[in-house]
Design a protein around this ligand. Structure first.
Ligand code: NZQ
Ligand code: ZN
Length: 385
């Protein structure tokens, strides 16, 4: 196992009816900005529940944060927050609302151009306002981590920042808020969570048995419970397990002390920028192809995954790996997330464009061995068609 430091300060408040506990987490004299997305939280009553829990507070609202949150939209919220002298932010939504709000917490008190906060993966952030989360879409893990992914369409960029100042103070996880998720978002959430686990697992062995067994357990939960959520969207126990799974998958725990990959995520961001695919759709396309092309680099863990997660123990190494990749693809398809670029109307013309984007952003040596060069990306994309 590799050396590591693990600290996660986010308090989790989990369960049915727990939204009414948020007033215990926010000072009574706080000036609160509630942020949300395009309207789902209004339609399903979650926003009303949040406002009822905060009755008596000085509240301002900012809605309209779009999926893949746009820098320009977020800067409008920053201007409003400064005008209203906001000192606490509460994000009500999925990864996009949470990530966008995280950037606001750093940008509101920042004296210089907030665009500087996006440079060098967020290392310029030295302060932030406190924020809380009411999660409505289990997927990103953003509710309990220090990452934010921000889009700037004008310059064709979607980029990740990471900084300890971006941890939310608390996150409320009420599984009943996820009952209204459409099939597309339920599927996306399960696939994104699955790939978060794989990005921290499918590398090379370092005798991190605790991490491996935790990761395999989470994958198992997703395989067993994910399809049930499509059939029974209001099954509390299924939704509860998927919600907790998504949070644990990317809160730093399973990745501490083991090598990590993240190449699929980086390539996926460029596909979203260029073609507008949902984040999880990009991952469903990339992962099966990446595992095949990187079969030699990842051989030992692929075989471990085949055996322990899918029960594939017979046949040659190549046959077992191919079977595990096929099972992975089938699972994504079962969650209604298509796994070929052609399913989204994208042809081989995309290949040079995606490679160029990665090069423009300096992403030319990706993966746990930095072996995912532009030439390797080309091979991967060809297998995604
Ligand atoms: O905008 P509204 O109307 O609220 O609708 C949203 C949105 O259209 C809808 N939705 C959310 N909760 C709902 C609901 N619809 C019905 N009922 C509910 N309870 O779902 C749509 C997608 O929401 P979004 O927040 O974009 O989805 P997700 O949580 O998958 O977040 C995706 C973003 O997170 C980033 C992605 O790159 C992408 O920008 N990620 C963030 C990470 C992090 N901070 O650690 C890591 C991830 O790898 C990921 O990159
Ligand atoms: Zn992701």
């Amino acid at each position: 196992m590799q050396n590591f430091v693990f600290q996660n300060p986010t308090k989790i408040i989990f369960g049915k009816g727990s939204i009414n506990q948020i007033s215990g987490e926010i000072p009574k004299e706080a000036k609160v900005l509630i942020t949300y997305g395009g309207g789902s939280a209004t339609r399903n009553g979650v926003l009303d529940e949040v406002k009822a829990a905060l009755s008596g507070y000085d509240i301002t609202e900012f809605g309209g944060i779009e999926p893949n949150p746009e820098y320009g939209t977020l800067m409008k919220a920053v201007a409003l927050a400064r005008e209203k002298k906001i000192n606490f932010l509460l994000a009500v939504g999925g990864g996009s609302v949470i990530d966008g709000t995280k950037l606001m917490t750093a940008a509101i008190p920042f004296q210089d151009d907030p665009a500087l906060l996006l440079e060098n993966a967020g290392s310029a952030i030295v302060q932030s306002l406190p924020m809380g989360v009411v999660l409505t879409l289990p997927a990103s893990g953003s509710e309990m981590n220090n990452r934010a992914i921000i889009s700037r369409k004008a310059v064709m960029h979607k980029l990740a920042i990471m900084n300890p100042f971006l941890f939310p103070r608390f996150a409320v996880l009420d599984p009943t808020t996820t009952y209204t998720l459409p099939v597309r978002q339920t599927g996306n959430g399960v696939v994104d969570t699955f790939v978060h686990v794989l990005e921290q697992y499918m590398t090379y062995p370092v005798y991190g048995i605790v991490q491996d067994r935790l990761a395999e357990g989470l994958l198992y939960v997703l395989i067993e419970e994910g399809p049930k959520a499509l059939i029974e969207p209001e099954n509390y126990d299924v939704r509860a397990n998927l919600m907790w799974c998504a949070t644990i998958a990317l809160n730093g725990l399973i990745g501490a002390g083991v090598p990590q990959d993240w190449a699929a995520h980086r390539i996926g961001y460029e596909i979203t920028v260029l073609y507008g695919l949902d984040h999880a759709q990009t991952l469903a396309v990339l992962v099966p192809a990446m595992f095949k092309i990187l079969e030699n680099d990842k051989r030992q863990k692929l075989l471990q995954y085949a055996g322990r997660v899918w029960g594939i123990n017979k046949g040659s190494e190549t046959a077992r790996i191919d079977a595990a990749i096929a099972k992975t693809r089938d699972f994504f398809e079962k969650m209604h997330v298509p796994t070929r670029l052609s399913d989204y109307g994208i042809t081989d013309k995309c290949i040079p464009l995606i490679v160029e984007q990665l090069q423009a952003h300096g992403l030319v040596k990706l993966g746990e061995h930095q072996s995912v060069t532009p030439e390797v990306v080309e091979k991967i994309l060809r297998l995604c068609l």
